[in-house]
Design a protein around this ligand. Structure first.
Ligand SMILES: Nc1ncnc2c1ncn2[C@@H]1O[C@H](COP(=O)(O)OP(=O)(O)OP(=O)(O)O)[C@@H](O)[C@H]1O
Ligand SMILES: [Mg+2]
Length: 313
């Protein structure tokens, strides 16, 4: 079973690529065939983080039909079991991927066969970013303790939820739903998205139930990166509570990752932080994060195997 883990965050610089790089190396060291895909299409730099300065192939070759299959763009890294689809050398317009091409990439990623596929997703809340996030029912949001970063994460989670609602209702009906929500809840303190969901459940009960099921199946997780000594260590946990309270979405807190000046050195030296500075608090935190990702994935595999055995009996 392939576990696809999109790793994103509403704000640039929160540490998404850094964490993808370290998680990738760690999983590969555990013997898991791991592919990292840089889908931060306008600002790809994952290759640099893992020490490949000039990748010969990139995702653009597949988008621009230079190669037939996405698999042909995979490059080996210096670590056994670890592979990369780079976003380097992308053409300038690739950041604004047209819908059909994005679908083509999403479908191709889903067909790849690895133990783990880690997607390094760019910052922001554009449809491209959200659709890469929605490729899987697993996902990690990375934030720093800064209010701007937290605000953007909330916005991103909300945008993913909104996109789920939007995809379930045809364009014309959706327009009507929005108009009704805006008039009916005009003076109310209820959030626009909650109003939409309420109305959807009322007017399309079947779809409302499907949405509930789909939201329950989402396995979203939050990591708070670059936590400094003065920061509140409970911030991430509080954030998850707020998302659950206001959006009804369960986001599980995976833990804090300490700020460490030596991350800069590891990135500059294009070395993996957890192996270069293994005895630091940040390394300990990252390995804890990696272990959590592995346990959650194993649990998912077990649930799936149990379901398959039940079907066979
Ligand atoms: N735990 C940490 N301690 C100290 N510095 C960190 C930590 N995590 C990441 N950084 C630093 O933060 C900066 C941003 O990291 P990174 O490039 O991984 O972010 P990003 O979220 O991928 O950004 P972008 O959206 O621009 O791609 C880098 O300079 C990195 O060295
Ligand atoms: Mg990045």
């Amino acid at each position: 079973m392939t576990h696809i883990w999109p790793i994103g965050g509403g704000k640039g610089g929160s540490g998404k690529s850094f964490l993808v790089g370290n998680l990738g190396v760690w999983l590969a060291e555990q013997g898991k065939r791991t592919l990292m895909v840089d889908v931060d299409l306008g600002a790809a730099n994952l290759h640099t983080i893992i020490g490949i300065p000039y990748p010969k192939k990139s995702i653009s070759d597949f988008i621009n039909k230079k190669v037939k299959t996405l698999e042909e763009t995979v490059i080996e890294t210096q670590t056994a079991n670890l592979f990369l689809i780079s976003g380097a050398k992308n053409s300038l317009d690739v950041a604004n991927l047209p819908y059909a091409q994005k679908l083509k990439v999403l479908r191709a990623i889903k067909k790849l066969s690895y133990d783990f596929i880690l997607l390094d997703i760019g910052a922001g809340t554009s449809f491209n970013i959200i659709d890469f996030f929605m490729i899987s029912d697993l996902g990690v949001f990375v934030t720093t303790p800064e209010p701007t970063s937290i605000e953007n994460i909330y916005r991103l989670i909300r945008a993913v939820y909104f996109r789920k609602v939007r995809k379930m209702i045809p364009q014309r009906d959706f327009k009507k739903l929005v108009e009704t929500a805006l008039t009916r809840y005009e003076d109310s303190s209820i959030d626009y998205l909650s109003a939409l969901v309420l109305l959807m459940k009322e007017q399309y009960p079947q779809k409302g139930k499907a949405l509930e099921r789909s939201v329950q199946n989402m396995n979203f997780h939050l990591v708070l990166n670059q936590l400094r000594k003065k920061d509140n260590p409970r911030l991430g946990m509080l954030m998850c509570k707020i998302v659950n309270k206001y959006l009804g979405i369960k986001v599980e807190f995976l833990g804090n990752i300490s700020y460490d000046d030596r991350v800069h050195d590891a990135v500059c030296e294009k070395d993996s932080f957890i192996y270069r500075y293994p005895y630091t608090q940040a390394s300990l935190d990252i390995r804890n994060f990696c272990n959590n990702i592995l346990s959650i994935s194993n649990l998912k595999s077990n649930v799936r195997n149990d379901a398959l055995t039940e079907q066979r009996l």
